[in-house]
Structure formats: C-alpha cells, structure tokens
Design a protein around this ligand. Structure first.
Ligand code: ATP
Length: 238
C-alpha cells in the first residue's frame, strides 16, 4: 500500500537558489513525523513545497500515490493537507471567531463549520472565552492556539505544523504539546517541524533530521540515538 504522503528526491528553492537537495520522506497514515534541524536547514521550505507554495524543480510529492507536485494550494487543502504556518499568520484585525471561519472555506468544511468550531472550542476553552476578541491582541500562546484551531476547521487528514512552540513560555509549550498529543491520539497524521528537539521526540513515531537542505538522518522515534542526532545536528558542512 502506498504511504499516505511520500516525498521523493525533491529539489526545490527560490528562483535560481536551490534549497532542498533530493529530499525523501515517507509519511505513514496516523503517525506523527517530526522534522528537526538547525535554522536554515530547509524545514519550512519543505512544508511550503508540499503545499505548492514553493516551486518544485525535480522529484515528486505523492498523496495516496497520486502526484500533487506543483499543484494549486487550494486543491491540496481540499484533499486534506493543511499547514499551520510558523509565526501563526493569523488575521490580526479580525476576531478570533472570524479567524476560525477563514479555515472553513473548503465546501466540505463549510457544511460542518458549527460542529468543527465547537470541537476547536472544546479543545481550547481560552478561544471560546475570547471568541469576540480581536486576534491581534491575543498573547503568543493564544495566537498559536488560534492558528491550530483555524487549521482544524479545515478538517485535515494531514496536518503540517511548523514550529508551534517557537517563542512561547514553558507553560504554553506544554499546552501546545498536549494538543499535539491529543490530535495524535485521535489518529490525525501529523508532520511536526520543531527546534525543541527533546519535546518533539517524545511525540515522534518517526524522526527526520535535516541539515543544509538534505535529510541526514531518518529513524524510528523509539530508536533515535540522541548522541548521534546531536552530533549530526551541530555538524558543520565541509
Ligand atoms: P528555521 O528553523 O530558521 O525556520 P528552516 O529549516 O525552516 O529554518 P527555511 O526557512 O526553509 O529553513 O530556509 C532555508 C533557506 O532558504 C534559508 O537559507 C533561507 O534564507 C532561504 N529562504 C527562505 N525563504 C526564502 C525566500 N523567500 N527567498 C530566498 N531564500 C529563502
């Protein structure tokens, strides 16, 4: 059976600058795949390429065996691939509730928006309390909850989450990982990019380490050798 999502010898970048060099990953259904790596390793570029936001030069991206390479982002979202971007990217002048509604645009999600909104509010009671608040006035942690909530309104089959704990206080980091664990327990397929390696490894079924646009380690979550991971993480290019 084909894996749910497969990235095969992918090259992608910005204009003449290539960033990803023959990157291959296999994302199994229902699993949490963690991608770690230092700043600039290309983790965000990889997620953006999957979503059709960065052009793919060569290689392929397959969802259920069918290529989604360079496809319109909108079509990819309708097929259930959802990205929760680094930096949250919420709409600061809109209310919490209206931000959530922005995630309910695909027709299938529009039909279920009420139930989905309730599911998000059950998951994040803080968002329910603040449903009328202008999103630009939320704390960093609340804004991250909103970004995750908006992603869940899109009824994802695969959720690509980019650095959700970045810049958050420890108590908020705990909260975000609690949610990731909850979504994992619900059977959602998750691709999590994190710099907080220690925390991310605890939820990982599979771990990839990226370095300078390449995958330099691919390991089952329970088989990761931390010394090797750290040595590769901090290794400098020759
Ligand atoms: P971080 O953890 O710092 O977010 P990352 O692993 O996600 O890093 P990317 O954001 O994918 O890395 O960046 C990879 C490389 O691509 C970096 O050298 C970055 O400067 C470059 N890059 C990112 N966006 C652009 C862009 N729009 N135009 C040109 N280069 C870019």
């Amino acid at each position: 059976m084909a894996p749910l999502l497969e990235i095969a010898t992918l090259r992608a970048g910005y204009g003449a600058i290539n960033i990803l060099w023959n990157v291959s990953l296999t994302i199994a259904e229902g699993q949490t795949t963690v991608i770690v790596g230092p700043n600039g390793a290309g983790k965000t570029t990889l997620l953006r390429a999957i979503m059709g936001l960065v052009p793919v030069a060569s290689g392929d991206i397959r969802l259920n065996g069918a290529s989604i390479r360079n496809r319109a982002t909108w079509d990819t979202v309708k097929d259930g691939l959802v990205m929760i971007p680094e930096g949250r990217m919420i709409f600061p002048d809109m209310t919490v509730e209206d931000n959530l509604m922005m995630g309910a645009f695909p027709p299938a999600c529009r039909r279920n928006w009420k139930a989905n909104r309730q599911m998000v509010f059950d998951l994040f009671p803080r968002l329910a309390q603040r449903h009328d608040q202008i999103a630009g006035t939320l704390s960093g942690g609340e804004a991250q909850m909103l970004a995750i909530g908006r992603g869940l309104m899109e009824q994802p089959r695969v959720c690509l989450i980019d650095e959700p704990s970045l810049g958050l206080a420890p108590v908020m980091v705990d909260e975000i990982f609690r949610i990731v664990e909850h979504l994992k327990a619900q059977g959602l397929t998750i691709v999590l990019v994190e710099q907080n390696t220690n925390r991310a490894l605890k939820v990982a079924d599979h771990v990839y380490l990226m370095q300078s646009g390449k995958v330099v380690l691919s390991e089952r979550g329970d088989a990761v050798n931390l010394d090797r991971l750290h040595a590769l993480y901090f290794a400098h290019e020759e």
